[in-house]
Design a protein around this ligand. Structure first.
Ligand code: ADP
Length: 494
């Protein structure tokens, strides 16, 4: 990847995107479209189809038909594996094109997007392709006059609703295991980051995925997402996004067919720095990266920095220095460390949280403002707020922006109490040289992922799942497969 290749891709006009239903490009039933605004400069990049309820119903019917005739689920595992491996290869072969398209749509800095988007999506699809012929049913330990068998069957039609921060990575976390286990899928990308995911769906068809097995409908969550949630013909709903939408999806399920709903929601993840951390400079740099990369639009972002009082001032200065060294700007420039905020709405919401933090007694030590407004794009300076009380708004509510709240603590017990004092439980970290303390922190902090002496980077071999209001069910690893199968018992009298 070099700057010249990126600029050549940036210069290309983006043709309008439609839905993909039954393997075909399909416009919205009423022809409506939504403008796609690039957060890089606020310009209109292209359009996507503005889906209607009937578009969603048509996509679900297509998925259902493809599942009923077993055109995918009925193929031998080796055949499904071949298609998925080919798909992963195509994602890799088109990685730069996908990454640049995605960045023009959602603003993530290109260095991170290349790795976290096509790179990780290809790896995820390949992981589940390789796993699919290694998953066996079970035989129960019964008496000898019966045979108890447990079959693992696909559930049928999976609905997947994807957010805008990492559409390919998170899309692949759902699509990989769902398709590997033989399900048919209807996908709903986010309004503000549909393009690269729709292109990835096209590549699945180029790889030989049969028509109707993977359908994708773009448009507004409140219209097509709701229609998916209320459908009587979707068996499992998988979602990553905000708690408010997650709550609605559970209601839709209760009001319709009681479909299983798996949610990966927000977090307010604590990054806890003890004075005995092995390398405080390293910890400061990683802490800055852990909240400011992708403008803080990362579900596991370390948004609460808890620092032992004896090193508080020195450590926070080191984080501020690291943040000052991260160049904010055009996300398609290779030397940019922090790209654009996804949308103007999101930017205004971030600034609103900064104002609340100040009103509640926090001190803005760095950032706090919109920058580069002359570009027309949506950029925000990395923001550090000190003196943040554990019960204050920015300690309790997910900002989903480049805003770090700092709180100091005196003892390990106090750090644990503060860390566990939100409704969330997605990720966390503790930095210490004390082995026993490290293990105590892993046990004591209520999260899905606990890092020690690092932040982020847990790969596809381990699950990512929240506790509390951060969600249920895990993405990644073999554990994710459980969401996409039914267990069926065969009880046979011999
Ligand atoms: P965020 O606040 O991060 O944008 P959302 O939860 O609003 O998170 O969006 C995540 C995904 O959920 C997007 O694909 C969006 O279109 C979808 N969505 C939003 N509202 C609804 C809804 N009422 N029903 C179903 N899906 C929705």
């Amino acid at each position: 990847m070099d700057q010249t290749q990126i600029e050549a891709l940036r210069a290309q006009a983006v043709t309008p995107f439609t839905h993909i239903i039954d393997g075909k490009q399909v416009a919205a039933s009423d022809g409506a479209t939504l403008d796609v605004i690039s957060p890089i400069d606020g310009s209109v990049l292209t359009t996507i189809a503005k889906g209607t309820v009937s578009d969603m119903e048509r996509a679900i019917a297509s998925a259902r038909a493809s599942f009923e005739d077993q055109r995918w689920a009925g193929q031998p595992p080796a055949a499904r594996k071949k298609v998925l491996l080919k798909w992963a290869d195509l994602i890799e072969a088109n990685a730069l094109e996908l990454a640049v398209l995605g960045v023009r749509d959602n603003g993530t800095e290109i260095g991170m997007a290349m790795k976290a988007e096509p790179g990780s999506a290809a790896g995820t699809i390949r992981y589940y392709a390789e796993a699919l012929d290694k998953i066996y049913g079970e035989i129960a330990p019964t008496s000898h006059d019966v045979l108890g068998m447990i079959h693992k069957e696909p559930v049928g039609v999976v609905g997947a609703i994807i957010p805008w921060n990492f559409p390919l990575m998170i899309g692949a976390w759902k699509l990989g295991p769902a398709l590997a286990m033989g399900n048919s899928v209807v996908l709903k990308p986010a309004e503000t980051a549909s393009l690269s995911l729709m292109r990835m769906v096209q590549l699945a068809h180029d790889a030989g995925l049969p028509e109707g097995v993977l359908n994708a409908v773009t448009g507004e969550g409140a219209v097509v997402g709701e229609a998916m949630g209320l459908s009587m013909d979707v068996d499992v709903l998988v979602f990553t996004g905000s708690g408010g939408t997650g709550r609605r999806l559970m209601e839709y399920s209760a009001r319709s067919n009681m479909k299983r709903v798996y949610l990966e929601l927000g977090g307010k993840s604590p990054n806890i720095i003890f004075a005995d951390a092995p390398n405080l400079d390293e910890a400061a740099k990683v802490a800055a990266g852990g909240i400011f990369r992708n403008s803080g639009q990362v579900c596991v972002a370390g948004s609460r920095l808890l620092v032992e009082a004896s090193i508080h001032d020195e450590f926070v200065s080191a984080v501020a220095k690291a943040a000052a060294g991260m160049r904010v700007g055009d996300p398609l420039k290779l030397n940019t460390a922090i790209g654009a905020v996804n949308s103007e709405t999101q930017l205004l919401q971030n600034l609103g949280f900064v104002k609340i933090a100040q009103d509640e007694g926090g001190e803005i030590m760095a950032g706090g403002t919109r920058i580069l407004e002359e570009t027309g794009g949506y950029y925000m300076a990395p923001t550090i707020v000190t003196g943040v009380a554990p019960e204050s708004t920015i300690s309790q509510k997910e900002v989903f922006g480049p805003v770090l709240g700092v709180t100091s603590f005196e003892t390990e017990e106090e750090a644990i109490r503060i860390a566990n004092s939100t409704v969330y439980g997605l990720a966390g970290a503790a930095w210490t040289s004390n082995l026993s303390r490290a293990h105590r922190m892993v046990r004591a902090i209520r999260t899905g992922v606990m890092h020690i002496n690092t932040y982020g980077g847990a790969d596809g071999t381990v699950p990512l799942g929240g506790v509390g209001q951060s969600g249920n069910g895990s993405d990644k690893s073999l554990h994710a497969i459980e969401k996409y199968i039914n267990l069926k018992t065969a009880w046979i009298k011999l």
